[in-house]
Design a binder for this molecule. Structure first.
Ligand code: PMP
Length: 361
């Protein structure tokens, strides 16, 4: 089965096959050294050169302007839920959060521990055409928020905000499930962070891209390993980094560059998503409940006409080599995650399967 499987898992997710093959081929003998990259000191010049190259490639891909730190951290996406307020807000600060879905909600509850007030500026609403994020003119922004936080791509809900919000406060974005999916104007952000396990590499690892202007006044209790400025000073090696995750992420960055960078990825990703949405919209057996203007290009939840068929759908999909399609336990139904590593072919195979299933059902 192994060669013909398409993995639609929301994360940890599919990684590019050629990257996995390269990692496999050099697992025991990295860089002709006779040892694995996992066994290397992070202080060794060969490792440091690899780590620097990975940072360089990430900066290149995202066109990160001068004046930003690029950090490689641990603790995944959720680690940043507390790192952000402790690094760039005080215990008396007000911070603004957009509540567009499950992950925004978790980020809000974590931030509440560290600041004076978390002001939720808006949430989602039903429209005639499905679920949507409240429009910008309904947001109740604070006058002097230390930052504005949002999650541009809600992994569970499949809801996305495609435009960078027009707000005065520094913008913090949880891009765990959409980083590197398409070109991005980093200069509009104060902090961008992402858990690695979707478009970057292994889980437990995280990237933070932080505007230097925001640093210098962390909360005193901030754990040193989460201190952006300290990690920046030590090139993200204040503590021993996850050396294997950094290496694998570096291979993914190289692969992305070989694919033509984020412009090319963005085109393919939009094509993959619109192919699946068009099929779902044209079917009377499947439905997606998100307003078309707010649909994620990475995570596509869908429901079957009769939820009693869910288990059979999943079992037959697995049999057909289509795995990871079960929706998040909070929302049920199905979800197809179409991260960078998923080829268009995988989407086509999925649609053929869905079509056949609907006809039989
Ligand atoms: N934010 C978003 C948008 C996510 O999708 C996830 C994980 N699915 C997280 C945060 C949490 O990431 P982690 O499990 O690495 O802490």
């Amino acid at each position: 089965m192994s060669n013909s499987v398409f993995n639609f898992s929301a994360g940890p997710a599919m990684l590019p096959k050629v990257v996995m093959e390269q990692a496999q081929s050099e697992l025991l003998n990295w860089n002709n050294t006779g040892v694995s990259v996992m066994e290397f000191s992070h202080r060794d010049p060969a490792y440091v050169a690899m780590a620097k190259q990975a940072e360089h490639d990430l900066r290149d891909l995202l066109n990160v302007p001068d004046g930003y730190e690029v950090l490689f951290l641990q603790g995944g996406g959720r680690g940043q839920f507390s790192a952000v307020p402790q690094n760039i807000a005080s215990k008396t600060s007000t911070v603004d959060y957009l509540d567009s879905g499950i992950w925004s909600g978790y980020a809000i509850r974590e931030a509440q521990k560290y600041v004076g007030a978390v002001n939720v500026v808006a949430g989602n609403q039903e429209t005639g055409q499905g679920k949507a994020i409240a429009p910008r003119d309904q947001w109740k922004l604070s006058d002097n928020a230390a930052y504005f936080h949002y999650c541009p791509n809600e992994t569970v809900d499949g809801i996305a905000l495609h435009d960078i919000p027009d707000v005065d406060a520094p913008i913090v974005a949880d891009m765990s499930s959409n980083i590197l999916a398409e070109p991005l104007d980093v200069s509009r952000f104060g902090v961008i962070y992402a858990g690695a396990q979707k478009n970057i590499g292994p889980s437990g690892f995280a990237i933070a891209i932080v505007k230097k202007d925001l640093l210098g006044n962390p909360q005193p209790e901030l754990s040193s390993i989460m201190d952006y400025q300290l990690q920046a000073k030590d090139n993200s090696m204040y503590n021993t980094p996850n050396t294997f995750a950094w290496y694998l992420s570096g291979l993914v960055f190289k692969w992305l560059k070989e694919q033509g960078g984020l412009t090319a990825m963005g085109q393919t990703n939009h094509q993959k998503a619109s192919t699946l949405y068009s099929y779902i919209d044209g079917s009377d057996f499947y439905r997606n409940q998100v307003n078309p203007d707010y649909r994620s290009i990475m995570n596509i939840p869908f429901q079957l006409a009769d939820e009693r068929l869910d288990e059979r759908f999943l079992a037959e999909a697995k049999e057909a080599g289509l795995m990871g399609l079960k929706g998040h336990r909070f929302v049920g139904g199905m979800r197809a995650s179409l991260y960078n590593a998923m080829p268009l072919e995988g989407v086509k195979v999925l649609i053929d399967f869905m079509d056949e299933f609907a006809r039989k059902a």
